[in-house]
Design a protein around this ligand. Structure first.
Ligand code: NAP
Ligand code: GLV
Length: 311
């Protein structure tokens, strides 16, 4: 028996025919609105909103298999009310995203973009003892706002750079603490003591806008903000202002509130490294994400439980 499913067209090249057996797929491109019809499953990208209207327009839907670990693009309450399962892709992208976070930490701390721009401008006049001085990592404090899979993976890479680790999470992480000597603190201490603050909480009603003007003002002068989680954790206007006033030393961002648009003041702000949401963008990881999303669909449509439900 074949099942009618909607799958993001951008995943086509990442999936193998064997993963798609028994599926009658309608490929939907990112720019296309979610159609109305009798599809029983949807595999959206994180950029597609699946809310009350979409769920109403897909009355036969049994599963939303999001191709991302973050699922703030899905109205999970509306899905639960309609008895539609929601799954995500945890774990397989943890290392890729932690590595990218470190790329941003190093790029901001050591002013890589300014260095590249200088070389390319043809204005570099040779080695100078005070040129592009950055932040020495050894002995500094890395603050992890959220210490789940990715936050901990970022933390596990930190002792090699001689960083002290502080973290904030709802529950203590004893094994992580044993491995890395990380110390759990409240948000206020985290903001006040971090030389580098890296965000790893999901976007939720509790976390939206946590890095607002007040939080930024509590951060140390010259501190670096890194965000590879979700753009709406940060009030972008306030961040731009903190950079313009040189209160913050730098910001390394992979995610934005209104992707792919970037707040114009943030685009123009000094000492930023701005990436186009590529945290999980390695070939291996993207294949694994697509595979897990479709495997969730196959499992549910064959009457088994979902592999990675979000609740
Ligand atoms: P995770 O394992 O679920 O970790 C989330 C962490 O956030 C947990 O430590 C959790 O605390 C903490 N947390 C949740 N709500 C909180 C709150 N209100 N206050 C304080 N801490 C809170 O998720 P993950 O796999 O690490 O992924 C994290 C996020 O990264 C995703 O949601 C996604 O948005 C983002 N992401 C981005 C990219 C990219 O391409 N840039 C790639 C992958 C993921 P407890 O453990 O105590 O519950
Ligand atoms: C990417 O942003 C993800 O949540 O997987």
């Amino acid at each position: 028996m074949t099942h009618r499913v909607l799958v993001a067209a951008e995943l086509k090249n990442l999936l193998e025919p064997a993963q798609l057996v028994d599926l009658d797929i309608t490929w939907i491109a990112g720019a296309e609105p979610t159609p109305k019809g009798d599809w029983v499953a949807i595999v959206p990208l994180l950029s597609r909103w699946v809310g009350g209207t979409e769920l109403k327009n897909l009355p036969q839907l049994r599963i939303v298999a999001n191709c991302a670990v973050g699922y703030n693009n899905v109205d999970v309450v509306a899905a639960e009310m309609r008895k539609v399962l929601v799954t995500n892709t945890p774990g397989v992208l943890t290392d890729a995203t932690a590595d990218l976070t470190w790329a941003l930490i190093l790029a901001t701390a050591r002013r890589l973009i300014e260095g590249v721009d200088l070389v390319r401008s043809g204005k570099w006049s040779g080695w100078h003892p005070e040129q592009l001085l950055g932040l020495e990592l050894r002995g500094r404090t890395l603050g992890l706002f959220g210490a789940g899979r990715i936050g901990q993976a970022v933390g596990r890479r930190a002792p090699a750079f001689g960083l002290r680790i502080l973290y904030t999470a709802r529950t203590p992480k004893p094994e992580f603490e044993r491995e890395t000597a990380a110390v759990r603190v409240d948000a206020s201490q985290l903001l006040g003591e971090s030389d580098i603050l890296s965000l790893h909480v999901p976007s939720s009603p509790e976390t939206k806008g946590i890095i607002n003007g007040k939080a930024l003002a509590r951060m140390k002068r010259g501190a670096i903000l890194i965000n590879t989680s979700r753009g709406d954790l940060v009030r972008e206007e306030a961040l731009a202002r903190a950079l313009e006033l040189a209160h913050l030393g730098a910001a390394g961002l992979d995610v934005y509130t209104d992707e792919p648009a970037i707040h114009p003041r943030l685009l123009a702000a000094p000492r930023t490294v701005l990436l186009p949401h590529i945290g999980s963008a390695t070939e291996d990881t993207r294949r694994k994400m697509a595979a897990i999303a479709v495997a969730n669909v196959q499992s549910v449509l064959s009457g088994k439980p979902p592999l990675t439900p979000v609740y």
